[in-house]
Structures are given as C-alpha cells and as structure tokens.
Design a protein around this ligand. Structure first.
Ligand SMILES: Nc1ncnc2c1ncn2[C@@H]1O[C@H](COP(=O)(O)OP(=O)(O)O)[C@@H](O)[C@H]1O
Ligand SMILES: [Mg+2]
Length: 254
C-alpha cells in the first residue's frame, strides 16, 4: 500500500485526558482502504480511548480527525456510523431476547435512511432473509435468523455481532477484541472475516491481545504504550518476541 495515497481514515496528534489522567498523548494513527491495522498495547495503554475517538463515542481533548482527507467532528457515534465507520465494542451489545435478524437490524432505523423506508415494508420473513444474506455475504453461517440470540452459543453470538458490524460497514470497521472467548476454530473464522472485509476494500482496525492472530492477519501494527504510539510498522518487521517486547517496553523503540 503506497504511503503517498490519502489515508482513508486518520487521526492527527490527538490527546485525551480524563481529569489528571493522560489517556492519549499526541497520537497519530492512519488507515488506508483495504488495510488491516493491528492496534496493540498493555492494559491502560489507551486502545479503548483511541477506539472511542475513532467511533465518535467521545471527542478528543485535542487534535483532529480526517476521513478521506477531510476534517470531521463526530458529535456522537451515529455521526461516525452514518459516515461508514462501524465499531464492534468488546461488549458486543446484542439483545439476547431478540432474534438474530432483529439484532442485525437493531438501531439502524435512525442511521441508514434507505433502510428506514425499507424496514417499514419488510415482513418478518423478509427481514430474516435479508439478515441471513447479510451474514452470509460476510461469510458467517448462523442457524435460522428467526431464532433468538439467547439460544445461540457464545461463539455464534459473537459471529452475529461481527457479521452485523462487518456487513454494515462501508468504509472502516473497528473490532475490539473480537476473538476473545472464542475457540480456535471460531477465532480462525473471525480472521477469515477480517480478510474478506479487507478484500472488500474496507479499512480494518483489529485490537487483540492474541499476538499470533495480530501477526497472522494484519498488514501493519501500531503499538500504544501509556497513551503514546511507540511503534507503527509493517507486520513483516515484527515477530512475536519483538512485538511483545515493544508492548511491554522491554524493547525500546523511540
Ligand atoms: N472513563 C475514564 N475515566 C478515567 N480514566 C479513564 C477512563 N477511561 C480510561 N481511563 C484511563 O485512561 C487510560 C487508558 O485507558 P484505556 O483507553 O481503557 O486503555 P486500554 O484500552 O489500552 O486498556 C488508563 O489509565 C485508564 O485508567
Ligand atoms: Mg481497553
């Protein structure tokens, strides 16, 4: 991926403070279309705070955010969603008592105007069918979409949450710990979903503590430590030992 092209999504020099705690300190982060970025760092490094700035969940104290080269200000997560940026938080927020298809469509009425019109006319059967197609399109096989989410296994729930986010994303998909609590086979499926999202030309931000997954699926890795970027380099320049050392600070980078 050429560095001379305008990044799809970028934050420049952003800072975030919670009272006296400096959670982000002059962070630069960019992602190109069709690129998978691994975002890693120890607990408290600032990953979730950066995700919240990228997803519009909160506004940074300083710095700027650019989408396709144009400065943007997100007043709420809906602003970012509307602009094509989807975020799967660690806690996926599925509604257990609703069906799979209801979960796929949940919260979209306000976001996608085309769907609003469509939803009014969709029968339950059509909605089940569309949800199933959405999930299939991103490579997720779930049992009948009219089943309630509470009947699904943990792995299947996570698959629905990922499928919902990936199928709706138009530009950027941010996945916070999507392979947590998954078995090896299910985790491998999630990595496949990430690869397909990349092939669709999405920018993917993949946050994980499972370093072999990060090394396997990403093009570039950004390491945060205590609110600062301490490494931002092609994945091919890391091995597991170097990555771990960079995260913990045992290997000094800057
Ligand atoms: N809502 C909050 N209020 C106060 N401090 C916070 C809040 N959220 C995060 N922090 C602090 O900001 C720093 C970065 O946290 P976070 O972004 O959650 O890191 P990570 O996701 O990498 O574990 C930590 O020191 C954390 O304690
Ligand atoms: Mg976190």
């Amino acid at each position: 991926m050429s560095n001379s092209t305008t990044p799809l999504y970028e934050v420049r020099n952003i800072g975030k403070q919670y009272g006296s705690v400096v959670a982000l300190d002059g962070v630069n982060f960019k992602i190109h279309a069709g690129e998978v970025i691994g975002l890693v760092g120890d607990n408290g490094a600032g990953k979730s705070t950066l995700v919240k700035a990228l997803s519009g969940a909160h506004q940074p104290s300083s710095g700027e955010i650019l989408l396709e080269g144009k400065p943007v200000v997100w007043k709420s997560p809906h602003d970012a969603l509307e602009a094509g940026i989807e975020t799967l938080y660690q806690d996926s927020g599925l509604a257990p008592d609703l069906s799979v298809s209801a979960n796929v469509f949940l919260g979209r009425e306000k976001v996608v105007s085309g769907i609003l019109g469509k939803l009014g006319f969709l029968s339950q059967k059509q909605m089940d069918k569309e949800a199933h197609e959405d999930l299939e399109r991103v490579g997720i096989a779930v049992p009948a979409s009219n089943r309630s989410v509470s009947q699904l296994s943990g792995g299947q729930r996570q698959a629905v949450a990922i499928g919902r986010a990936v199928s709706w994303a138009r530009k950027v998909i941010i996945l916070d710990e999507p392979t947590n609590h998954l078995g090896a086979r299910q985790a491998a499926e999630v990595l496949q979903i990430i690869k397909r999202a990349k092939e669709r030309g999405l920018g993917v931000v993949f946050i994980s503590h499972t370093l072999p997954h990060v090394l396997q699926v990403t093009d570039r890795i950004v390491v945060l430590r205590l609110g600062r970027v301490v490494a931002d380099a092609p994945t091919s320049t890391f091995d597991a030992e170097k990555l771990l050392g960079t995260i913990t600070g045992l290997i000094e980078t800057k």
